[in-house]
Design a protein around this ligand. Sequence first.
Ligand code: CUA
Length: 351
Amino acid sequence: MPENASTAAQGVDDLFYFINNINYFFFGLIVLILIWFALRYRSKPSEHATFNNDAPVHNTPLELTWTAIPLLIVGVLFWLGMDGYLHLTDAPDNSYPVQVTSQKWSWTFEHPEYGVTEAAELTVPLGRPVRLLMTSPDVIHSLFIPAFRVKQDIVPGRYSSLWFEATKPGQYRLYCTEYCGKDHSKMLAVVNVLPEDEFQEQLGKLAREYEEISDHDLPAYALARLYNRCASCHSLDGKSGTGPSFKGLWERTKNGTTVFKDGSTLKDYMGPGGQFEVPENYIRDSILNPQNHIVQNYTGAMPTFKGQLKERQIDALVLMLKNYDKLVDEQGNVIENPDLTGVDISTGVDQ
Ligand code: CUA
């Protein structure tokens, strides 16, 4: 069994072992009887088969027994299973709320009480019930945290919910367990369980993070904290994925050389009077309205990030792409402690 780190985990494990032990018992019993019958009633070469007309055709007490015992067992299993299911369905009233958006191929966790949005990482308090209200703008996903023994499908067009109460501080894996397309295996996240005081401190910090950060630090912030939402589709090393690589993206944008599906180039939309007076606006528009211009040879699989990113976070992403060469090396590795002297902090949006 994986690590046991929620209040529900022990009950789920106990029921699993109970069912498993019943299976072991009956498997053993049936195999023993099978062997015994095979030996006892085997046909010997010296004997001819004879049929006895007086042989019993049925035995009422025996038949009642082999109906009643399994019925009792499945009745108990149903009771225990239903009881556990209802417990997992019904979140306590004082649960800490988190809104979850699952989309190809990333997780977004919003904390309405703090105005904080996390990507690929979910920070929760220890020893307090947490309720996830989950939705998907694209296809079916399924959220699974093995250490908590909770799993729930997320279906487009409706909300589903799930709750847990973590019992051990630490980091736990969170998976998508619905095959949601080719990068399904990259749809991973971490649940970070913190004791109450550390939790409040961390959420307070996250709430102020991009407000307090200096413009100068925004590009590095975007790469460290926001890029993980882009990572499954946009590589750093130039390899094309579901979307174009971020490597060289600013050069292609700045020079207007990006070619779109309909054969037009970005240059056609740029400049005074055009849709994008400055190239930064094209990046901004691609984040908010990704279907407007689809780059040639790509399918336009990107969902909109409207409402999921704050203005300052969009600025940060634009600056990350503009200062890409200072942040990422030729091979696509993130440079640790990058030298950001002379970093370009104009987002162009106000121009
Ligand atoms: Cu989402 Cu698999």
